[in-house]
Design a protein around this ligand. Structure first.
Ligand code: SF4
Length: 209
């Protein structure tokens, strides 16, 4: 008998999207376990390992159950690095259930998916991104770490189409990183880079996850 398709899941919960252009929208989060990177500033280190192996059917049922009390039309598939696992059946199932699907990725591993919204967030040290994401990203989110340079902002701005905003997101909303974000934005404007914006983490201000 064929085994059901399973995924390693850390948590499934309702909240408000705190980052990027979808900021403020009620969203169901499905957090997958595992990541191929180890960023020092990562705020989901608990998702690097572990997780419970659940069938895709059970994950879909959990999302349906949450929607009975939290009727969101969006789901965010996140991690960890969600592309670390085979997402096709999950994404198709969520879409069949009438949900709009966002996937948040560091951009290093590609799978063709029927997602409605792909957020690419390239990470240090080399901010590498699979070329197939370039035409698919709805937004490019850059955590403004101490190591982030204008040259990296410029390179990524050139790699992705201008229609996808490049969002400078301060690391943990910290004052030094907010100041650096403004400096990078100012420099980007003066250098003629298009559609670079500053951003922040809404969920940390509201103190929700
Ligand atoms: S890519 Fe994302 S989940 Fe992975 S270590 Fe970096 S910040 Fe954390």
């Amino acid at each position: 008998m064929p085994q059901p398709h399973t995924l390693k899941i850390v948590e499934i919960f309702p909240s408000i999207q705190g980052e990027g252009l979808r900021q403020g929208e009620p969203t169901i989060f499905i957090r997958l376990a595992g990541c191929n990177l180890r960023c020092s500033f990562c705020d989901t280190k608990y998702a690097w390992q572990g997780g419970r192996r659940l069938s895709v059917d059970l994950v879909l049922k959990r999302a349906r159950d949450i929607r009975k009390r939290f009727p969101s039309s969006w789901v965010s598939v996140t991690g960890g690095e969600p592309y670390f696992q085979d997402l096709a059946a999950l994404i198709l199932g969520l879409k069949k259930d009438g949900l709009k699907v966002q996937v948040e990725t560091n951009g290093t591993i590609f799978q063709p998916l029927a997602a409605d919204w792909i957020t690419v967030s390239p990470k240090p040290n080399n901010y590498a991104c699979h070329p197939r994401f370039r035409r698919k990203a709805r937004e490019v989110k850059l955590v403004v770490t101490r190591a982030l340079t204008f040259e990296t902002v410029k390179r990524l701005r050139q790699e992705f189409p201008e229609a996808a905003p490049l969002l400078l997101q301060p690391e943990t909303n910290a004052p030094w990183s907010r100041a650096k974000s403004l400096r990078l934005l100012d420099h980007s404007l003066r250098q003629g880079l298009k559609n670079v914006r500053v951003s922040f983490q809404l969920h940390k201000i509201y103190n929700i996850r």
